[in-house]
Design a binder for this molecule. Structure first.
Ligand SMILES: *[C@@H]1O[C@H](CO)[C@@H](O)[C@H](O)[C@H]1NC(C)=O
Ligand SMILES: *[C@@H]1O[C@H](CO)[C@@H](O)[C@H](O)[C@H]1NC(C)=O
Ligand SMILES: *[C@@H]1O[C@H](CO)[C@@H](O)[C@H](O)[C@H]1NC(C)=O
Ligand SMILES: *[C@@H]1O[C@H](CO)[C@@H](O)[C@H](O)[C@H]1NC(C)=O
Ligand SMILES: *[C@@H]1O[C@H](CO)[C@@H](O)[C@H](O)[C@H]1NC(C)=O
Ligand SMILES: *[C@@H]1O[C@H](CO)[C@@H](O)[C@H](O)[C@H]1NC(C)=O
Ligand SMILES: *[C@@H]1O[C@H](CO)[C@@H](O)[C@H](O)[C@H]1NC(C)=O
Ligand SMILES: *[C@@H]1O[C@H](CO)[C@@H](O)[C@H](O)[C@H]1NC(C)=O
Ligand SMILES: *[C@@H]1O[C@H](CO)[C@@H](O)[C@H](O)[C@H]1NC(C)=O
Ligand SMILES: *[C@@H]1O[C@H](CO)[C@@H](O)[C@H](O)[C@H]1NC(C)=O
Ligand SMILES: *[C@@H]1O[C@H](CO)[C@@H](O)[C@H](O)[C@H]1NC(C)=O
Ligand SMILES: *[C@@H]1O[C@H](CO)[C@@H](O)[C@H](O)[C@H]1NC(C)=O
Length: 427
């Protein structure tokens, strides 16, 4: 059995072990607009986007996720100080759980399904994501994953042949973990490598919704904040001046996946940047309570996308970035201090990926997200499994196997036995 405290200790060991191996940042090319053999995956042509759909506030949303860096360490770096003068620092932004992978899942599909580790997961293809909402409105989207070997690559990780280092991991690639994206070849072509990024950028064909995952060194995961800062100086700082990246209608979120310490609440350092930031709000701090679900509701509000009927409709955790909320007439909650829920919980959140507190995937629940529009129901979703009829959570670990990984492997079978017909209907 892996307890949360063991995970914490192992995580800390893993980090310090790899941090010890951290090398100095080496720029992969002269500029982020250039291709590089270091990125591994060759360019696969230019992405094709549908015409720009004007948003109420912004026309492009780019989110860039870094890893495991304390607020104070980030704030001590010149590049973060510089960036904060150009944007809005979010002083009450939270990850939604631990470990990494569930946080990325949350930003893709509005839930983390009870997951509390970084194992290989594949969420069934009748479970919807932000991509379904964007596609419905013909709003182009793409994800850029540094060092991913081929577009839409489904592997668990990838080791660069040139230096034997594993730079790419699936757990930081939110959309690929959803089968509704990874089993659809139209969609997989939009999960792209950084060489594609250089080409798409050069052709001024970046999508309207963009998710950027730097590799395990550049995002600070295997290195430290000084290394990530050098990457930001190489990559993001010049791109802020590039009109193919940052237009006057572009909103950029720089954030971190999770807090490193599990025993405190899950606050992470985040900044909003981009040409859309009103001059009067540059170099200011916004203390509204946000979570990774705010990335969903903010785009829902901007384009009236409807919603996923998941945590994006949960008023406790779905605040819309304030300057967008005020322009779209969305009413945020005003949670502060002890009113902010604990988002550092692991193992005790029931879900289909939690072997200790298992419930099957349920249909979305009708609700209201960041903007107007209905809840999205995938045509193949199982409507008979909904929150009203949800079976009580079952502890599959207690039900008979030892060790989370064994449970994970046998979960389908065991789950069927434990859950009975409702579960069988789903599998
Ligand atoms: C974790 O949260 C604490 C308390 O808010 C904060 O001081 C620290 O910087 C955060 N760490 C990370 C990794 O964001
Ligand atoms: C921040 O960086 C930009 C671009 O490198 C530079 O022009 C600007 O002077 C810097 N601002 C501060 C406050 O350091
Ligand atoms: C190019 O895209 C196609 C279709 O998405 C994919 O099958 C192929 O692996 C990609 N090639 C590279 C080098 O990314
Ligand atoms: C990459 O995958 C291999 C095989 O599953 C695993 O042993 C290794 O720990 C993984 N490395 C990383 C960095 O995820
Ligand atoms: C695959 O993705 C395309 C583009 O998003 C969408 O139109 C199509 O319906 C999807 N196909 C399936 C089988 O979901
Ligand atoms: C979560 O954080 C709170 C407040 O910082 C702390 O009291 C609590 O023990 C933490 N929970 C876990 C499971 O570590
Ligand atoms: C940013 O605000 C701080 C005070 O909050 C001020 O000291 C600093 O001069 C401002 N910097 C810029 C570049 O406006
Ligand atoms: C809404 O979010 C809070 C905080 O995470 C959580 O306690 C609550 O169970 C959620 N509500 C629903 C209906 O999921
Ligand atoms: C927000 O409310 C104001 C005042 O009622 C109204 O003028 C404006 O059109 C509304 N904006 C949107 C985006 O609905
Ligand atoms: C939060 O505060 C703002 C500004 O005072 C107010 O407009 C809004 O109605 C409040 N939200 C709630 C849910 O009370
Ligand atoms: C969700 O709400 C819509 C609009 O009110 C309604 O037509 C639909 O039947 C509802 N779906 C479910 C599953 O409750
Ligand atoms: C599930 O069962 C295991 C083994 O009996 C126990 O350690 C764990 O705390 C239980 N988890 C929950 C969420 O009840």
């Amino acid at each position: 059995m892996i307890s949360p405290s063991t995970v914490l200790v192992l995580g800390a060991l893993a980090k310090s072990a790899s941090a010890a191996m951290a090398s100095t940042f080496t720029a992969p090319a002269a500029a982020p607009t250039d291709q590089s053999p270091f990125y591994v995956g060759a360019n696969n042509g230019t992405i094709t986007n549908s015409p720009t759909v004007t948003g109420k506030v912004f026309d492009r949303f780019i989110q860039i996720w870094l890893e495991n860096t304390d607020f104070a360490s980030a704030a001590s770096q010149a590049v973060f100080q510089n960036l904060s003068t150009q944007g809005i620092t979010l002083s009450s932004y939270y990850g939604v759980t631990h470990t990494s992978e569930p946080n990325y899942l949350a930003a893709g599909g509005g839930d983390f399904w009870g997951l509390y580790d970084d194992d290989f997961e594949a969420v069934p293809n009748n479970i919807s994501t932000i991509v379904d909402l964007l596609d419905q409105k013909s709003i182009s989207w793409s994800a850029y994953q540094e060092n991913m070997p081929t577009d839409g690559y489904g592997g668990y990780n990838y080791t660069n042949q040139a230096d034997g280092y594993t730079y790419y991991v699936r757990k930081h690639n939110p959309l690929i973990i959803y089968d509704s994206v990874s089993q659809n070849t139209t969609r997989t072509g939009r999960i792209r490598n950084f060489n594609d990024f250089a080409v798409d950028l050069g052709n001024n064909s970046l999508s309207q919704w963009v998710f950027v995952t730097p590799n395990l060194r550049n995002d600070g995961h295997d290195t430290d904040v000084a290394y990530a800062a050098e990457w930001l100086n190489y990559w993001l700082v010049p791109l802020l001046e590039d009109p193919n990246f940052n237009t006057d209608r572009t909103l950029i979120l720089l954030t971190f996946d999770e807090n490193e310490t599990y025993t405190i609440n899950n606050q992470v350092y985040s900044i909003l940047l981009g040409g859309i930031i009103p001059a009067a709000l540059k170099n200011t701090t916004d203390s509204t309570f946000y979570t990774h679900y705010s990335t969903l509701t903010t785009v829902e509000a901007n384009w009236d996308l409807g919603n996923l009927g998941r945590q994006d409709t949960n008023k406790t955790v779905n605040n819309v970035f304030s300057f967008v909320a005020s322009e779209t007439n969305y009413t945020n909650n005003n949670l502060t201090g002890s009113g902010i829920p604990f988002l550092n919980l692991t193992t005790t959140i029931p879900g289909p990926l939690n072997p200790q507190y298992y419930v099957p995937y349920l249909a979305p629940t009708n609700g209201t997200g960041g903007g107007s529009g209905p809840t999205f129901f995938a045509p193949n979703v199982n409507m008979s499994l909904n929150t009203g009829d949800a079976p009580a959570p079952v502890n599959l670990t207690a039900a008979g196997t030892s060790g989370a990984s064994e449970v994970r492997v046998t979960m389908g079978l065991l789950g069927a036995a434990v859950m009975g017909a409702a579960m069988m209907a789903y599998i």
